[in-house]
Design a protein around this ligand. Structure first.
Ligand code: AGP
Length: 605
């Protein structure tokens, strides 16, 4: 939700802070700020809007100082303006925060009664005031420990101190925080991506831990103020992740990368010689798995919905799915041989991480399917299946969604053969069909010019419907989500068979309706639902893999994706919908990589 950076060095830090904030903007971009220590003063500079506004301020009025913190904000408490931008500073400390302090109102009231004054509407400022208060009689580390004891809710913090100009203190509860190491320079950051341009040596704080950085030393502490050691990871260097190359924006790059990212993912999990899937060391012996529960949010949840069809079709395992923010509050009955699978591109989504924590506390086996192997969710799972999609910068998830689908599909295949739910002949056919997928994805990109024509028809529409049955229904949901989050136009995904139970009332002359209908066992039924829409004036955009002429002429546009193994059709059918959302948003001049009100990693509830 927000991005944090802290740097302590033997040289001025403001330029590196700004560069790191630019890498963190995908986490939040309502406002930005930094604070450095120079001439024994806290030099705070902030702006509403993007980091480039902050950069302009610094060009006019440079910040010196070899120690500083920076922040990009996704507003939770208080409108996105300069006063509410972070850092929040008193005369003695400056604080940046990612998370939500749930008891901030009562703490603020108590502090105001003691005569403390507040400048902002944020929850974060109570941290600033509390640390300032405790500094009267305690050293920085003690003051922070005392402050944390008073806080309810989640935080990742970076704090600098006017009278202690050589340390930064960081703390973590529920929101990710990483430490980076270099020569005569150390770093604090929301994630390794922000630190990668400065170092590849990274440690990750776990909940309840603190760190104290100076330019040539880093100490870690647990909640009992006991010093602890933390593992230092060497993180992979993702080739050309920071530039868009010839693409206009990250999202177009990430859409057109999908043929390669799926190829890379398949190469990680399939043995082209043995024609087998290389997934082993299951946390539960496959034949003993009693039930699989798939959990995620947003697009990741949609991949769980598709996977449910695959697990049901290919295995004898009872499969459930749930939205993480619902799962975490249910009165759950945990069983030893249930396998809980968490799907998360970032591996930092607060609801998904919290759902995982509940499973860990109940001693059941967990698996995470992530794009960031050093993430919190990955580090807290018994078993990790990376999707190998490379960093996904566009807030709207594209290549990560296809990566999630492919890993879930090959997992269902592997479990199926391990449990002898399918015979070897069918298994080999399914595995063989996977090899055709990257080429089929590439062919699907050729639909872009037709999609651009369709996009125009959505601009002035009151809204739109996306319909599908079977494993095309979750793709209808995903297509609607993409259109909503990129173009800000209302769109609804619905099971085609459900339209007659109410939503048909929405259909009126010219309303765009995307019908997703591969030639599978639902095809004829979906055509009937389509006729019900046509009869009421709906304007049909038909996406299929069927090359036979269609019965109905009342179809405004027909898009055909290549025909593949019907299990794989959700993967191809997604691509025209990604392109549609992209082109409608482009026609509306929306910010493609950073849609309004959103953030790439939702690390608050
Ligand atoms: C995807 O287009 C959305 N931006 C959003 O729904 C996202 O999928 C969701 O927040 C889950 O994120 P995660 O995969 O990082 O957990």
């Amino acid at each position: 939700m927000c991005g944090i950076i802290g740097i302590v060095s033997d040289k001025p830090v403001s330029i590196n802070i700004i560069n790191s904030l630019k890498k963190l903007e995908y986490r939040g971009y309502d406002s930005a700020g930094l604070a450095t220590l120079s001439n024994n003063l806290i030099d705070e500079k902030k702006c509403s809007g993007r980091v480039e506004e902050l950069e302009k301020i610094l060009i006019k009025n440079p910040s010196n100082g070899n120690i500083g913190i920076g922040h990009v904000r996704w507003a939770t408490h208080g409108i996105p303006n300069i006063i509410n931008a972070h850092p929040h500073s008193s005369e003695k400390v400056s604080v940046v925060h990612n998370g939500i302090i749930e008891n901030s109102d009562e703490l603020k009231k108590d502090l105001e009664e003691k005569g403390f004054k507040f400048k902002s509407q944020t929850d974060t400022e109570v941290i600033t005031v509390l640390v300032t208060q405790f500094l009267e009689n305690s050293k920085p580390l003690e003051s922070v420990f005392k402050t944390l004891k008073k806080l309810k809710g989640s935080f990742a913090l970076g704090i600098i101190f006017k009278n202690f100009p050589d340390i930064i203190i960081g703390a973590r509860r529920g929101s990710p925080l990483a430490v980076g190491y270099s020569n005569d320079e150390n770093y604090l950051g929301s994630d390794s991506y922000a630190l990668k341009s400065m170092t590849n040596k990274i440690s990750y704080l776990d909940d309840g831990e603190l760190c104290m950085l100076s330019k040539n030393k880093v100490d870690f502490y647990d909640l009992n103020q006991k010093k602890i050691n933390k593992k230092i990871y060497t993180v992979s260097d993702d080739e050309n992740t920071t530039d868009k190359g010839d693409y206009k924006n990250f999202m177009s790059k990430e859409i057109f990368e999908q043929s390669n990212t799926i190829k890379k993912c398949l190469s990680e999990y399939t043995d082209s010689l043995k024609k087998d899937i290389n997934i082993y060391n299951f946390p539960i012996e496959p034949k003993k798995i009693n039930k699989i529960i798939l959990i995620g949010c947003g697009t990741a949840y949609h991949s769980c919905l598709v996977a449910k069809y695959w697990f049901e079709e290919l295995t004898s395992i009872d499969t459930e799915i749930d939205i993480a923010s619902e799962f975490r509050y249910r009165n759950l009955k945990f069983k030893t041989n249930n396998l809980y699978i968490f799907v998360s591109q970032s591996g930092e989504t607060a609801d998904t991480a919290a759902a995982l924590d509940i499973c860990k506390k109940n001693n059941v086996k967990t698996c995470s399917i992530v794009n960031v192997v050093e993430s919190t969710i990955a580090r807290n799972s018994d078993w990790v299946l990376p999707i190998h999609a490379g960093p996904e910068i566009g807030v709207a998830s594209t290549k990560a969604f296809l990566g999630q689908l492919i890993v879930l599909y090959i997992l269902s295949l592997k479990l199926s053969i391990e449990r002898e739910d399918i015979d070897k002949k069918n298994y080999d056919t399914y595995v063989e069909n996977l090899t055709k997928l990257p080429e089929a994805i590439k062919k699907t990109f050729k639909l872009e010019s037709e999609v651009q024509l369709i996009a125009k028809e959505f601009l002035d529409a009151k809204g739109s419907m996306f319909l599908g049955r079977g494993n095309s229904f979750p793709i209808a949901l995903e297509g609607a989500l993409k259109l909503k989050e990129l173009s800000y136009l209302h769109a609804e995904g619905y099971p085609a068979g459900e339209m007659k139970h109410g939503p048909l009332a929405l259909i009126e002359e010219g309303l765009p309706v995307i019908v997703i209908a591969p030639k599978d066992k639902y095809y004829e039924k979906t055509l009937s639902n389509m006729q019900e829409v046509i009869a009421r004036g709906g304007k049909i955009f038909f996406i299929t893999d069927n090359y036979n002429r269609l019965l109905s002429t009342n179809i405004r546009f027909r898009l055909r994706v290549p025909r593949v193994d019907s299990n794989l059709s959700p993967i191809l059918l997604t691509i025209p919908l990604q392109l549609l959302a992209y082109h409608v948003a482009s026609l509306k001049n929306c910010d493609i990589d950073k849609p309004r009100n959103l953030a790439k990693s939702v690390t608050v509830e």
